[in-house]
Write a protein that binds this ligand. Structure first.
Ligand code: KIV
Length: 280
C-alpha cells in the first residue's frame, strides 16, 4: 500500500480505531530519515536536543535559533511522519504576540507541522489559544515538564496524590478545550494516564505514563543507547549503539596503527609510466 503523509485526522482516527501511535525524537537529517523510513507516525524535535546532542545539563539553555536549525535538518529527512517542533523555555512565556511569532518560525522557517509547549496553567492556556487562533496546531505536555522541573521538585513522577492527579486531569481538559490536537503525558501513574486518555477526544501520547495512552514517545538517543549520562526508569533500550560505535572506533584505531587500513580496495592507483616520469 502506498504510504501517505500522516495528518491530524489520521492520528484521531488511529485513536478511535485503537491503533497505537508511535512517536520518536530526532534532531538531525540521518536519524530523521531512518526513523521516518521505519514507519514512525510522529517525529518530535524535542528540546531534549539540549541534553542528548548539545551536551547541556538541562533543556533550559536551548534557544529558538538552535531549535529552528535542528528542525530544518529533521524536516529534510522526514517525508511521511507528522513533524512537531518543541518550543524552548521562554519562547512561549512572555506574551501571546511573542509566542505566535516563535511558533510561526517553526512552521514557516523550519517546515514543522505543529509545535509542542509545556504546561497547563492559565498563562499557558492563553498562549495555546493564541497560537491555535493563528492557525498553528499545538501539542500540549503535562505531568513532568522538564523546563519547570525545579518548581516540580526535580525530575520525578507527577500526579501521585489525588490533588495533583486532579490538577493534571483538569489541565488536560483545559488544553483540549483550548484547541490542542494532542497532549504528551510524561511520568505520571499509568492508571491516571488511562483515565485521562479515555476522557480526552484528542490523542494522549505517553512517556513514562504506562501502556493505556493512545501512543508512546521516547527520546531516540535513550532507546538506541546513544546517551548514557542518565537513563530514566521508563526507557527501554532497544540497541546499544554507544557500545557498537565504540567497538568500531577501537577497531579503526587498531587497524590504522597496525597498517591494515587503508587496504588495497581503498586506494587510488596511477599509471606506472607516469609515476616513473614523476620520479625522474
Ligand atoms: O524534549 C523532548 O524530547 C520531549 C519528550 C520527552 C516528549 O519533550
Amino acid at each position: 500500500m502506498e504510504r501517505k503523509k500522516i495528518t491530524i485526522p489520521d492520528l484521531l482516527k488511529m485513536k478511535q480505531q485503537g491503533i497505537k501511535i508511535t512517536m520518536l525524537t530526532a534532531y538531525d537529517y540521518p536519524l530523521a530519515s531512518i526513523i521516518d523510513a521505519a514507519g514512525v507516525d510522529m517525529i518530535l524535535v524535542g528540546d531534549s536536543v539540549g541534553n542528548v546532542v548539545l551536551g547541556y545539563e538541562s533543556t533550559i539553555p536551548v534557544t529558538m535559533d538552535e531549535m529552528i536549525h535542528h528542525t530544518k535538518a529533521v524536516r529534510r529527512g522526514t517525508k511521511f511522519a507528522f513533524l512537531v517542533g518543541d518550543m524552548p523555555f521562554m519562547s512561549f512565556n512572555v506574551s501571546p504576540e511573542d509566542t505566535i511569532s516563535n511558533a510561526g518560525r517553526f512552521i514557516k522557517e523550519a517546515g514543522a507541522d505543529a509545535v509542542k509547549l509545556e504546561g497547563g496553567g492559565t498563562d499557558v492556556i492563553r498562549m495555546v489559544k493564541a497560537v491555535v487562533g493563528a492557525g498553528i496546531p499545538v501539542m500540549g505536555h503535562l505531568g513532568l515538564t522538564p523546563q519547570t522541573a525545579t518548581m516540580l521538585g526535580g525530575l520525578k513522577a507527577q500526579g501521585k496524590d489525588e490533588g495533583a492527579a486532579r490538577k493534571i486531569l483538569e489541565q488536560a481538559l483545559a488544553l483540549e478545550a483550548a484547541g490542542c490536537f494532542s497532549i504528551v503525558f510524561e511520568c505520571i501513574p499509568a492508571k491516571l494516564a488511562e483515565l485521562i486518555s479515555k476522557k480526552l477526544k484528542i490523542t494522549a501520547i505517553g512517556i513514562g505514563a504506562g501502556p493505556a495512552c493512545d501512543g508512546q514517545v521516547l527520546v531516540t538517543h535513550d532507546m538506541l543507547g546513544l546517551y548514557g549520562r542518565f537513563v530514566p526508569k521508563f526507557v527501554k533500550q532497544y540497541v546499544d549503539l554507544s557500545g557498537q560505535i565504540s567497538a568500531g572506533i577501537i577497531k579503526y584505531i587498531e587497524e590504522v596503527r597496525g597498517e591494515q587500513f587503508p587496504g588495497v580496495e581503498h586506494v587510488f592507483n596511477m599509471d606506472e609510466k607516469k609515476l616513473k616520469e614523476l620520479k625522474n
